[in-house]
Design a protein around this ligand. Structure first.
Ligand code: CMP
Length: 139
């Protein structure tokens, strides 16, 4: 199977709780190659832009507030079937539905404060990677 790239964010709740190391360990145990990695903080405009697809959803304003409350870690990841595999490692969006051992089961608080983001399709991954990384950034 062909190598694929995906994009991920360790969200403000997980960074504040000191979970960067544990989450990176889960990702590396799942045999992702880290092509890019950066600690950063979203401006309100960046958060609105990144989550524009959700702008009409009732949870949008809360999501923007949450994603700008503190530092995040943005990552460019690669392996076979990367999008689907990362979603398995993350677990369901709502941690109440997440499988044992997944990142969200271990570290998420609720459906909004859910520790990690991962792209939902290869096309989304390409757009999300380009939002945070230039081609020259990726190893
Ligand atoms: P994420 O994978 O980053 O993509 C969109 C985010 O919106 C999602 O994770 C959740 O953090 C958030 N989200 C999705 N559905 C809801 C919901 N029903 N209520 C609050 N937040 C939500």
């Amino acid at each position: 199977m062909k190598l694929e790239r995906t994009f991920s964010i360790i969200k403000p709740d997980a960074v504040a709780a000191g979970r960067i190391g544990a989450i990176l360990a889960s990702i590396q145990e799942a045999e992702f190659k880290i092509l890019g990695l950066r600690l950063t903080r979203l401006s309100e405009a960046q958060a609105r832009g990144f989550y524009a697809v959700h702008s009409q959803k009732p949870f949008f304003e809360g999501l923007v507030k949450f994603m700008t409350e503190g530092p995040i870690v943005v990552m460019a990841l690669e392996r076979e079937d990367a999008v689907a595999r990362l979603r398995e490692v993350m677990g369901a969006t709502n941690p109440a539905n997440a499988a044992e051992g997944t990142i969200r089961k271990r570290f998420a608080t609720n459906i909004e404060r859910n520790a990690i983001h991962g792209s939902d399709a290869p096309e989304t991954a390409a757009a999300e990677l380009a939002f945070f990384f230039t081609t020259a950034d990726l190893i």
